[in-house]
Design a protein around this ligand. Structure first.
Ligand SMILES: [Zn+2]
Length: 266
């Protein structure tokens, strides 16, 4: 939804009508035309409130804090990719990001890093941020106790360090998001010095059946609505070719709306 276009000032001068088609018409005729247009527009807005709404459906489980649009503040979007690295999808995502000169954040699964260290090094070398997602991504094991959660985090950190010995990941995303988790588990991560991020928009690329690229684009646009700061959830796990296909359109859309693409801050 193009909010900037909606905010374009409306030309109210009667001469606007007088200039149409390069013809000069009388001021009286111009004002009559304006009056009729106003009546017609009032009728249309009253007749179709749903179609004219600027409030798209909100995504579930979204964090809406600090996302209200404020005038003159920078609009930012943080593309995030979970569940990589993979041989088949992560390099394709990186190719698109490189071509578009866009930086993103990758939340990695530790057990998938072995044998794909070069991909992890490429993510870092191209200026993207790397965060801890999980080692096993098995909810039952991870969330059993604060201790099992920390073990999973540290195993993932160790796997990342095998690819990038100097890298100190401080970003974290709870597998499945933090929605519904106990305060104890959330506090455990915080006290461990990690900055956890959920999301407030999504392409739905983890839904079943898998949405096609056009639907993923629509999901991203609709769920992001008109927020000042957007954290978009996507996945670069096996089989996510549609995630790659819709990425250029998503980037073009938010770029046109004036958003700056950034990596999540530490
Ligand atoms: Zn995940």
């Amino acid at each position: 939804m193009n909010a900037q276009k909606n905010r374009r000032p409306v030309e109210t001068d009667a001469c606007f009508f007088a200039r149409r088609n390069g013809k000069r018409i009388s001021a009286h005729t111009a004002y009559t035309m304006k009056f009729l247009c106003a009546i017609l527009l009032s009728f249309l807005f009253a007749a179709c409130p749903a179609a004219c709404s600027t409030q798209p459906e909100q995504p579930q489980n979204a964090d809406y804090s600090h996302t209200e649009t404020q005038p003159h503040e920078e609009r930012e979007i943080f593309l995030t990719f979970d569940d990589g690295p993979t041989d088949s999808v992560t390099p394709l995502v990186l190719d698109v990001l490189q071509k578009e000169s866009v930086k993103a954040t990758f939340f990695l699964i530790g057990r998938q890093i072995e044998g794909r260290e070069q991909i992890v090094r490429r993510i870092a070398a191209e200026g993207h941020a790397i965060g801890i997602h999980s080692y096993s991504h098995e909810y039952g094991k991870i969330y059993a106790t604060p201790g099992t959660l920390l073990r999973d985090i540290e195993d993932c950190r160790t796997a990342i360090r095998k690819a990038l010995p100097q890298y100190e990941p401080t970003l974290y995303r709870f597998p499945g998001g933090s929605f519904g988790l106990s305060e104890t588990l959330k506090q455990t991560v915080k006290e461990h010095g990690l900055h956890a991020y959920d999301w407030n928009a999504a392409t739905g690329d983890a839904n079943l059946p898998l949405p096609d690229a056009k639907q993923q684009y629509r999901n991203a646009v609709q769920s992001a609505a008109d927020r000042q700061k957007i954290i978009l959830l996507q996945h670069d796990c096996v089989g996510q070719k549609n995630t790659v296909l819709c990425l250029p359109s998503i980037i073009a859309h938010f770029r046109e709306l004036g958003y700056t693409f950034k990596t999540l801050p530490n």
